[in-house]
Design a protein around this ligand. Structure first.
Ligand code: SF4
Ligand code: SF4
Length: 408
């Protein structure tokens, strides 16, 4: 591969180190993975109470009540049969709640994929020995990104199942606040893990780790639909407006401000991660999966941009991400090459310095598109020191925003 031949010795060491670290993370995850998440009775019966059932599942009485369609304040010590729960209802609920049990190995795999993505974007995607002009085509080879996406879809998706995932990490924080989970510290730590990866590299976990994000990315990159003119870029503000409104509506319903059913989680009805457990659970989930994947052929990551709560929260967090795509306004002549290469409006927003620009998923498509070499994936601090060392005066419109060189 030409790209590999042009890597410097230092980059080869970085690549080998990145791969080794990713491997160590996965092996550590395998060593620590514990399938036994707690005592689960062989059989649950309707003679058990909400409290017994919740304890056996590591859940809360409220969560079990909600899944059984009971009021959240239903008596926790009474036998389920006295509350009108049937064996069939109970079996379905147990199946659903067990499906949400976390695979700890997946956290390690997410970390491994993100580490590898980080090394690729920051250190090795652009070979040291490749000149600026002419060789741009071999920068950031797509095969490497595709391999990471496939690992995510197969390993973090179909092999290890739907939980945990970044979307769930965000939702469980609010469910814990509503009393639906007993262990707030664990849920906060899980959310911080995903958010931390999104802040280290701009939405790195979404771009490189999330299995449903990866599946949409792969579909959108299918060669049969590669021609840019066949791809649609709906206005981001509309998509994000829907995503934000849904987020607020979900919280209002969850906390009982709207709808009068406190504890109801609307995201359950559109959770596409059920695909990885091969159980759509409801017709609305099935429609969400099919619509996301079909629309994903022509619209970049529709689920991420229109529905996903983690997508929304990490879009806000982009403002403080440490490593990200940055554009040097002195070198940029606004030719539009990066916007054309970008599957969404993110690159266009970066060029225009739009504070409400579309999510950037660190997919690297724009990084080899710029004919004036104005785009880099780098630390916000590095950009400042690089420019400062060249004696330029700098201004930055926001923490880590596009570096702006003051003209004399
Ligand atoms: S925004 Fe997309 S990639 Fe990110 S967590 Fe949600 S589904 Fe996954
Ligand atoms: S092509 Fe767009 S989404 Fe991908 S890294 Fe560049 S700006 Fe971000």
């Amino acid at each position: 591969m030409n790209w590999f031949k042009l890597l410097s010795r230092r980059q080869i060491l970085w690549g080998a180190g990145g791969l080794l670290l990713a491997l160590v993370l996965v092996l550590t995850g395998l060593a620590l993975d514990d399938d036994d998440d707690g005592p689960v009775p062989a059989t649950f019966t309707t003679k058990m109470s909400l409290k017994d059932t919740a304890m056996a599942l590591g859940s809360t009485g409220k969560a079990v009540a909600r899944e059984l369609g009971l009021p959240l304040d239903a008596p926790k010590g009474a036998p389920l049969e006295s509350l009108g729960v049937t064996e069939e209802q109970l079996a379905k609920t147990i199946h659903h709640l067990l499906g949400h049990r976390d695979s700890t190995l997946k956290y390690w795999l997410y970390a491994a994929l993100s580490v590898w993505g980080f090394v690729f974007l920051v250190r090795i995607g652009r070979p040291d020995a490749a000149g600026k002009k002419g060789k741009r085509r071999i920068w950031y080879p797509r095969r490497i990104y595709t391999a990471a996406l496939l690992t995510s879809v197969i390993g973090a998706g179909f092999v290890l199942g739907k939980s945990p995932n970044p979307m769930e990490g965000a939702v469980k924080i609010f469910k814990t606040m509503a009393g639906l989970y007993p262990d707030p510290v664990a849920k906060v730590l899980a959310f911080l893990f995903f958010l931390g990866l999104a802040i280290l590299g701009n939405k790195l976990i979404c771009g490189w780790g999330c299995p449903f994000g990866a599946l949409q990315e792969l579909l959108h990159s299918l060669p049969i639909l590669k021609k840019q003119k066949r791809k649609a870029k709906p206005p981001f503000r509309i998509m994000n407006g829907i995503r934000a409104a849904l987020f607020v509506a979900v919280l209002l319903v969850l906390f009982g401000v709207l709808g009068g059913r406190k504890g109801l989680v609307l995201y359950h009805y559109v959770n596409p991660f059920n695909l990885f457990n091969f159980e759509p659970e409801s017709i609305s989930v099935l429609i969400t999966i099919i619509a996301s994947l079909v629309l994903g052929l022509v619209i970049y990551r529709p689920f991420c941009q229109v529905i996903c709560p983690f997508g929304f929260l990490s879009w806000i967090a982009e403002r403080v991400s440490i490593y990200r795509v940055r554009i040097d306004p002195d070198l940029c002549d606004d030719c539009g090459a990066c916007s054309l290469a970008c599957p969404s409006d993110a690159a266009k927003g970066l060029v225009k310095r739009d504070p409400l620009r579309a999510d950037c998923f660190s997919c690297a498509k724009c990084l080899s598109a710029c004919p004036t070499d104005a785009i880099r994936y780098e630390s916000v601090f590095r950009t400042r020191s690089r420019s400062a060392s060249s004696g330029d005066r700098l201004s930055s419109p926001e923490p880590g925003g596009t570096a702006h060189r003051m003209r004399p």
